[in-house]
Design a protein around this ligand. Structure first.
Ligand SMILES: C[S@@+](CC[C@H](N)C(=O)[O-])C[C@H]1O[C@@H](n2cnc3c(N)ncnc32)[C@H](O)[C@@H]1O
Length: 223
C-alpha cells in the first residue's frame, strides 16, 4: 500500500489549507467578481481550455457559443469542487488534473484558452504561456484576468517584490503579486487585442493583489 507521503507527492499542486480557504473566500467574493467573470468570458466560443479552474466558478459564465470546456485543475480539493460545478454547467465541462506548464492535450486543439487568477501561482509563467500558445489553433483566443505588479508608484511595487520573496506565496498557495502578466503574454508571442487595467476591489484600501488586467490576446495566424 502506498505511504501517505507517496500519495501526496503525486499531486501536481498540493496546497490543502489554501484550497480550503479559497473554496470559501472565492464564493464570498462573487458579489465583486461576477461582473469581471462575465466580462472575461463574454463572446467566447468553440472548444475552450480553462487552465487552473479552481473550484469552477467560471463555468456558469460561459455563453452558449461554447461547445465544450476542458478544465484543468492540479489541486485535489479544488478539482473535486470543480467537478461538482461541472455537473451544473450548461455545456459539457471535463475537469481533469494537470499543470499549466505541461498541458495534457494535443496541439492546436482549442479555439480559446482562459487564465483567470492563475499566472500568479504557476511555477513558470513562460512555460505556461508557451503551452497555451501550443494548444490554441492559429488565430485562437487567450482570455485573461490576472493580477500583477502595480503599474505606477514606488511603494507598492517594492512592497509587492518584498512580499513575493517572503510570506505571500507561503500564505496564498504559491501566489505572487509582483509578476507582469500582460508583458509575459506579449513576450510569449501572443498579439494582445484588447485589455484594461482595473482594481479589484474597485473601492477601499488597495491590496497587493488588487492590480488586475483583463483582456484578450490571439495566437497569430489564421485557421
Ligand atoms: C486563485 S486560484 C484561481 C482559480 C480560478 N481560476 C478562479 O478564477 O477562481 C489559482 C488556481 O491556480 C491553480 N494552480 C496553481 N498552480 C498551477 C499550475 N502550475 N497549473 C495550473 N493551475 C495551477 C490553483 O490550484 C488554483 O486553482
Amino acid at each position: 500500500m502506498p505511504s501517505r507521503s507517496a500519495k501526496v507527492s503525486r499531486d501536481l499542486v498540493h496546497h490543502p489549507v489554501f484550497a480550503r480557504f479559497y473554496a470559501r473566500q472565492s464564493v464570498a467574493a462573487e458579489t465583486v467578481m461576477r461582473a469581471h467573470r462575465e466580462e472575461l468570458l463574454a463572446g467566447i466560443s468553440g472548444r475552450v481550455i480553462e487552465i487552473g479552474a479552481g473550484n469552477g466558478l467560471n463555468f456558469s459564465y460561459y455563453p452558449s457559443t461554447v461547445s465544450e470546456v476542458v478544465a484543468l485543475e492540479p489541486e485535489r480539493l479544488l478539482r473535486k469542487l470543480a467537478a461538482d460545478a461541472a455537473l451544473r454547467a450548461e455545456m459539457p465541462v471535463d475537469v481533469v488534473p494537470g499543470a499549466a506548464e505541461a498541458l495534457p492535450v494535443k496541439s492546436e486543439a482549442f479555439d480559446a484558452a482562459v487564465f483567470s487568477l492563475v499566472l500568479c501561482s504557476v511555477r513558470s509563467v513562460e512555460r505556461s504561456l508557451a503551452e497555451a500558445l501550443r494548444v490554441l489553433r492559429p488565430g485562437g483566443e487567450l482570455r485573461f484576468l490576472e493580477h500583477g505588479r502595480a503599474p505606477s508608484g514606488r511603494v507598492m511595487p517594492r512592497a509587492q517584490k518584498a512580499l513575493d520573496r517572503t510570506v505571500w506565496p507561503l500564505l496564498f498557495g504559491g501566489c505572487h503579486v509582483a509578476r507582469e502578466p500582460l508583458a509575459a503574454i506579449e513576450d510569449a508571442g501572443f498579439s494582445v487585442v484588447t485589455y484594461r487595467r482595473l482594481l479589484i476591489p474597485a473601492r477601499g484600501p488597495r491590496l497587493p493583489s488588487s492590480y488586475c488586467v483583463l483582456g484578450t490576446a490571439r495566437r497569430p495566424g489564421t485557421a
